[in-house]
Design a binder for this molecule. Structure first.
Ligand code: PLP
Length: 427
């Protein structure tokens, strides 16, 4: 007898808060019971009830090659058999650091960590240590991991410092973080004109993927770059999601913006816990053991994780990899848009590389306020109807989606056909 998702969820709730190890997995915003995954292969996964799904979440971004890619699995097995962790330098760490610096010209040095959260937190500490300043700027709707300084929401006035967006974050900590509107050039200029000399860093997702997908306007990122340079603040691009997902040159290459620091995660670990922060050599050399900014990790640069990351980065450098991935992703968003239009459903979609946004509104949003202005109920109905049809989208209207290199034309066509049927029934 197979066990059901419902049974596992009930038992999990006894031993794990909310039954999950990361909140969005709980299906709270869409309702219903989370799916318990049992096995994944390529674009597909199977749940504990034996149902098959086409996966557009890909572990929230890392699985750009799909589930259980044979070459990645092989390298992981090989590395594991040679020792799971040493807590001492290995050659593979050097290789991935070299490769990251080659692929991203803004990186002169990198340090490996185990999660995007750690990368963001460390980059902020480094920026503060380097500049000797405390204040940072972030943008509403951007997510940079769950470090205290970054779990901050906008204050009431545009130019007030932020309030904690989680219990347990001291007001004094949140008070050093200024929260501005995404794509608001004037707001950024005003913040710098009032507080420029106190701002250690601006941290921004160059393409926001944690409030659904919102593209930065080129002028927005250019303004941030210019303001940081002018005021001696550091520009930190959070490419944990966009890095090696929107293209081999990452979002900074697409926008031609050179940050002082970049944070990476997700794809660079190929499904294993691996992330990194890096950038200007003079800044990175403030880190211990060279400099006064402390940062460390027992499992940092873990050999098994690095093996998965190196092989993933090797695969995505194949000629035409991103052209094909972008075309597949566009096929999905164009197909869904056409299906909605045909059936009079208010809907829009867009793709950047292997990342996409679906919106139950007329146009892709440009700000957090516009994201909030979409029809969330329609998304929730769509999500559940697609799930029933064997298609797994992120269980929230505020997440970007991902296509992997394992998604075939037939998978995309099947997805579009399922959506068209749902739209024709009236969503
Ligand atoms: C996922 C994500 C993070 C956090 O990474 P974790 O590995 O989940 O800690 C930070 N920034 C962005 C843009 C992300 O998408």
């Amino acid at each position: 007898m197979t066990i059901s998702n419902q049974q596992l969820f009930e038992r999990s709730q006894q031993y794990i808060p909310g039954g999950v190890n990361s909140p969005v997995r709980a299906f709270k915003s869409v309702g219903g019971t989370p799916i318990f995954f049992e096995r994944g292969q390529g674009a597909y996964f199977w749940d504990v009830e034996g149902q098959t799904y086409i996966d557009y979440v890909g572990s929230w971004g890392p699985l750009i090659l799909g589930h259980a890619h044979p070459a990645v699995v092989g390298k992981v097995q090989e590395a594991a058999s040679l020792g799971m962790s040493f807590g001492a330098p290995t050659r593979a760490e050097l290789e991935i650091a070299e490769l990251l610096c080659q692929l991203l010209p803004s990186l002169e040095q990198v340090r490996l960590v185990s999660s995007g959260t750690e990368a963001g937190m460390s980059a902020i500490r480094l920026a503060r240590g380097y500049t000797g300043r405390s204040r940072i700027i972030k943008f509403e709707g951007c997510y940079h991991g769950h470090d205290d300084a970054l779990l901050v929401k906008a204050g009431s006035g545009a130019l007030t410092f932020g309030h904690p967006s989680s219990a347990g974050v001291p007001a004094e900590t949140a008070g050093h973080t200024m929260v501005l509107d995404y794509n608001d050039v004037a707001g950024a200029k005003q913040a710098f004109s009032e507080h420029g000399s106190e701002i250690a860093a601006v941290i921004v997702e160059p393409i926001a993927g944690n409030m659904n997908l919102v593209r930065a306007e080129p002028a927005f990122l250019e303004t941030l770059r210019a303001l940081c340079t002018q005021h001696g603040s550091l520009l930190i691009l959070d490419e944990v999601m966009t890095g090696f997902r929107v293209g081999l040159e990452c979002a900074q290459g697409l926008y031609q913006i050179k940050p002082d620091l970049t944070i990476l995660g997700k794809v660079i670990g190929g499904g294993m816990p691996l992330a990194a922060f890096g950038g200007r050599r003079d800044v990175m050399q403030c880190l211990a053991p060279l400099g006064p900014v402390y940062q460390a990790g027992t499992l940092s640069g873990n050999p098994v994780a690095v093996a998965a990351g190196l092989e993933t980065l090797r695969q995505i450098q194949a000629p035409g990899f991103f052209d094909k991935l972008s075309a597949q992703t566009r096929q999905l968003t164009d197909g869904l848009t056409a299906a909605a239009k045909k059936n009079g459903v208010t809907f829009s979609a867009q793709a950047v590389g292997g990342m996409f946004g679906l919106y139950f509104r007329q146009e892709p949003p440009k700000s957090f306020a516009e994201v909030m202005d979409s029809d969330r109920e329609a998304f929730n109905r769509f999500f559940h109807a697609m799930l029933k049809a064997g298609v797994y989208f992120a269980p929230s209207a505020f997440e970007a989606g991902f296509v992997s290199a394992a998604h075939s034309d037939a998978d995309i066509a099947k997805t579009v056909a399922a959506a068209e049927h749902i739209f024709s029934q009236g969503i």
